[in-house]
Design a protein around this ligand. Structure first.
Ligand code: NAD
Length: 514
């Protein structure tokens, strides 16, 4: 087996790559507006009620109309997943992993089509879409290999005349609930981790990006996934989500999304319902309020570049986005000035145009929420860039910078999930780290400094799941920077890490005497 290496990012300055992407776009444009059914037990189920997925850069353009699951269909899907579990759990781990490897190969061949679909359905600029597709491939390649590593369990001590084994066995039916912001990577990664471990899955993708999820299930089918192993049931979170979270046959839930929904799931899933004979396991990866800390003896150009990239990549709609920067006093004016300059250089518009650095935000609700936060920000700090938007054709918010904020300001505490960054001063490095730790979240953080002592101080004291030195705080890579956060950012499951698959399994000890 070839050792795992992450999928390289595409260099779009090369003509061939640019043309390949444009070809992908043509493929996607040819299937825009189609209808998509649910997939339950491998059967296509069409409903009259539809979720309409549209292009956030152009509200008029429909990406697809997707059948909408309800309680009855969710129940049907549960029965099918329960049935499929009886056989899938006995399929050899090598065979399960092969489905992932083959799926990775299929996606690699259709890479630019998938990226172009993400541009259309999620509003991702080319490089962001390319990174999302690459990450989906990485999850398939990495989790397949992780499963192979675990297939014979772990070594145990045995005494003379005794043979002890420690084996991992699957859990059962898992409900996978995914967000729209890594509409491909997180949806695919959370699904296949559960599946390769021998579980069967009910996948409820985000309602804004259901088409890419459908295309992915088709890939799994082509790669040899048996019927009923992953069931595709998009539908309203409040109806389908609650129903499946409460269901006594649900063995585990793998959720990625906001803190509010994550906590609701945590509460509901802890309740034992009639007929339930286990405690449900919950993996919940939630929001962030991530900070770049800038030291006075750091590279200040790198600092400004890192703040801007972390804040505005994919319009700030990454859970890892750096939405606050805390800058040691002596460096504050210089960094602020450069952040303003760099922000004003950013281009914004339809992401099908390769020249646009930023595309739209995902939908009208998100647009409104971000604009409301910008209004709050105007009362809390000094608006120095952006501050406006345009939702006439798509949902565009200009990259926005607020300066001179108080550490307890709402825009320094609450997740905005849009292109808004708040800057503030600290009197020294230690105070900057204290401020960085002052939210309820603990997902990512970045530190720019050339002071070794300060790096070591941050390594110990900056309480986040993913801490980055002398770079921005986004862009974790599967198998390189495993991802997951502390405190209200979730259960720190570390997606793309060596312990992730084990969260979807239970260990069984057997001890035999000879
Ligand atoms: P969201 O919480 O609104 O939705 C996530 C998913 O939950 C969707 O599929 C939604 O339909 C579903 N859902 C809604 N109500 C539900 C309910 N009652 N029961 C079950 N499911 C329900 O989040 P979003 O807007 O899709 O994504 C953005 C959020 O996700 C941000 O907070 C971001 O920080 C977070 N996020 C975290 C990570 C991470 O790894 N920590 C990664 C990506 C996104």
């Amino acid at each position: 087996m070839i050792p795992y290496k992450h999928e390289p990012f595409t260099d779009f300055s090369i003509d061939k790559n640019r043309n390949d992407y444009l070809e992908g776009l043509k493929t996607v444009e040819a299937y825009l507006g189609q209808d998509y059914p649910l997939i339950i037990g491998g059967e296509r189920v069409t409903t009259d009620d539809k979720i309409v997925s549209f292009n956030p850069a152009n509200k008029e353009e429909i990406i697809g109309r997707v059948s909408k699951s309800n309680r009855d269909l969710a129940e049907k899907a549960m029965q099918s997943a329960d049935e499929a579990f009886k056989t899938w759990k006995k399929v050899k781990p090598e065979v399960r992993a092969d489905v992932l490897f083959r799926a990775a190969a299929i996606i690699r061949r259709r890479k630019h089509e998938f990226s172009a679909l993400l541009t259309k359905e999620a509003g991702k600029p080319w490089n962001e879409a390319d990174a999302d597709t690459a990450e989906a491939i990485d999850f398939l390649e990495y989790y397949g290999r992780q499963m192979l590593e675990m297939k014979d369990g772990r070594p145990m001590e045995s005494r003379p005349g005794e043979y002890n084994r420690y084996d991992y066995i699957p859990l059962g039916v898992g409900v996978v609930i995914s967000p729209w912001n890594f509409a491909f990577a997180i949806m695919a990664g959370t699904t296949v981790a559960a599946m390769v471990a021998g579980n069967t899955v009910l996948l409820k993708p985000a309602s804004t990006t259901p088409v890419v999820a459908y295309k992915f299930i088709e890939v799994l089918e082509e790669a040899g996934m048996p019927k009923g192993v992953v069931n595709y049931i998009p539908g309203p979170g409040s109806e389908v989500g609650d129903y499946l979270v409460d269901h006594p046959n649900t063995r585990f839930i793998s959720f990625t999304g906001s803190k509010e929904v994550g906590l609701r799931i945590a509460e509901r899933s802890s309740k034992v319902n009639e007929g339930q004979i286990w405690m449900k396991r919950l993996i919940a990866e939630m929001g962030g309020k991530n900070t770049m800390v800038i030291d006075s003896d750091g590279d200040l150009e790198l600092a400004a570049q890192s703040i801007v990239k972390s804040a505005f990549g994919f319009s700030g709609q990454k859970c890892s986005a750096g939405s606050r920067a805390v800058i040691v006093e002596d460096a504050y004016d210089q960094v602020l000035e450069r952040v303003i300059e760099l922000t004003k250089e950013l281009t914004i518009g339809d992401p099908v145009d390769q020249n646009n650095y930023m595309g739209p935000v995902i939908d009208g609700n998100s647009y409104k929420k971000i604009m409301d936060y910008i209004e709050i920000g105007k009362g809390e700090g000094r608006l120095v860039a952006g501050g406006d938007g345009d939702d006439s054709k798509g949902f565009f918010v200009n990259p926005t910078v607020f300066a001179d904020l108080d550490p307890k300001a709402r825009i320094m505490q609450e997740e905005i999930f849009g292109p808004v960054v708040g800057l503030m001063k600290a009197k020294d490095f230690k105070e900057a780290i204290d401020i960085a730790n002052n939210t309820e979240y603990g997902l990512t953080g970045g530190v720019i400094t050339n002071n070794r002592e300060h790096l070591e101080y941050a390594r110990e004291e900056f309480h986040v799941g993913n801490l980055y030195f002398n770079r921005g705080c986004t862009g974790a890579i599967v198998g390189y920077q495993s991802f997951g956060g502390f405190n209200m950012s979730g259960t720190d499951s570390k997606a793309g890490g060596p312990d992730y698959i084990a969260l979807h399994m239970q260990a069984k000890t057997t001890s035999e005497m000879f």
